[in-house]
Design a binder for this molecule. Structure first.
Ligand SMILES: [Zn+2]
Length: 385
């Protein structure tokens, strides 16, 4: 097996279109074969349909301690984005490497995989585990089963590093994310005969108005908590409904979310919205037509990531990266899910979140080098035991 640099590896990984809506199996199978080429057995954790899979693998002794290096293999879509280069071909220019996922977060995965030969050559006294998930960008769907299977099959690690882009700084907390779908069913009528039906769109609008007011209430509770913005945020991200301008809409649906500050009640917004539906909106719709319905369904929950007082993962990551201080961020990651296993967790990885999800997403080559150096220090640590 030839040695590959982290940028060679990143070029391979970017070449797989792992948009969340598609299968990530081609990438995962390639990674499994790469591990096999280095004598490492990787285990796949497929989703129910088998179209996607997470993967975990371990190098080093089968003992307690060591580190988990974790990343998600999926990327956000490029549809409608004005790219100057092919998003699926890593393209270097002026110290930047362009490609979808270069920053979020195949850059970290590339560095971790490129370290496999170095890990194999090292005399590890503690193991290094790899955990690669799917569907992070659509609700961290793969990480739950991955974290459970990994922790069930290895002895307890000391720290979990989630390599989301932080410019190799350490992040010790982020908000949660709770996403819901609401389907309104009204009753169709000619739009000149509004007394004969009930519009699903009009009542969806009432719910959006309620969500706006609830968000203002949350904002008024802001404290000096280090988050930006320092309150739990709400957003209606999609809205669709209706068939024609002259019909009272039968159907309307929307997706809304609540991103709570760690320690806040993650379920409060859902309860408040559900109560408003049950006590105000649905009775009002039913007075117009008895067949009206409003059904709210949870889509996913990404738990908040709590800062740990002197967290071991944070201390280790700071020692390996040279980061002076840890910050809190607003975006969600898989850190809260992995922290749920009881193992100390930190977010630390190459690249700048500002480039994530953008057209012409890139990572600085110097960030890959910084992550390679971080992993070298991690290997030295694992050799000392
Ligand atoms: Zn990410």
């Amino acid at each position: 097996m030839t040695l590959q640099t982290s940028s060679d590896m990143l070029a391979r990984l970017v070449g797989f279109d792992t948009t969340s809506a598609r299968s990530n199996r081609a990438l995962i199978d390639w990674v499994r074969d790469y591990f096999a080429g280095h004598g490492v057995t990787a285990t796949l954790v497929p989703d129910e349909a088998g179209g996607k899979a997470s993967l975990y693998a371990s190098i080093g002794p089968d003992v307690e301690g060591g580190v988990v290096l974790s990343g998600h293999t999926d990327v956000v879509p490029v549809d409608g984005q004005p790219w100057d280069t092919d998003p699926w071909t890593l393209t270097g220019k002026d110290g930047r490497l362009y490609g979808r996922g270069s920053c979020d977060m195949k850059g970290f995965i590339a560095c971790a995989l490129a370290a496999v030969p170095r890990l194999k050559a090292a005399r590890l006294k503690q193991p290094v585990h790899f955990a690669l998930s799917y569907d992070e960008e659509v609700g961290c769907l793969g990480a739950h089963s991955l974290a459970e299977r990994l922790m069930g099959s290895v002895k307890r690690p000391r720290a979990i590093i989630i390599g989301e882009p932080t410019m190799m700084g350490t992040v010790k907390g982020h908000k949660g994310q709770n996403s819901y779908h609401v389907a309104f069913t009204g009753f169709e009528a000619h739009s000149s005969m509004t007394h004969l039906g009930v519009s699903a769109i009009h009542f969806a609008g009432e719910l959006i108005h309620f969500i706006n007011r609830l968000q203002e209430e949350f904002a008024a509770r802001a404290t000096d908590n280090g988050y930006m913005p320092p309150w739990g945020t709400m957003n209606v991200g999609t809205l669709s409904g209706g068939t024609a301008g002259n019909i009272l809409a039968r159907d309307c649906s929307l997706i809304w979310e609540y991103r709570q500050i760690p320690g806040d009640d993650a379920d409060e917004a859902r309860r408040r919205v559900q109560a408003h539906i049950d006590e105000v909106l649905l009775p009002a719709m039913r007075r117009r037509h008895e067949s009206a319905r409003i059904v709210m369904t949870p889509r996913f929950v990404v738990p908040a990531f709590r800062g740990e007082a002197r967290g071991e993962a944070e201390q280790l990551a700071r020692a390996w990266s040279g980061a002076n201080d840890s910050t809190m961020v607003a975006y969600a990651t898989e850190a809260g899910i992995f922290q749920g296993t009881g193992v100390s967790t930190v977010v630390c990885g190459p690249g700048d979140i500002a480039q994530a999800h953008q057209p012409n997403e890139f990572i600085l080559a110097s960030q890959l080098a910084a992550c390679d150096a971080f992993l070298d220090r991690m290997i030295e640590w694992a050799e000392r035991g």
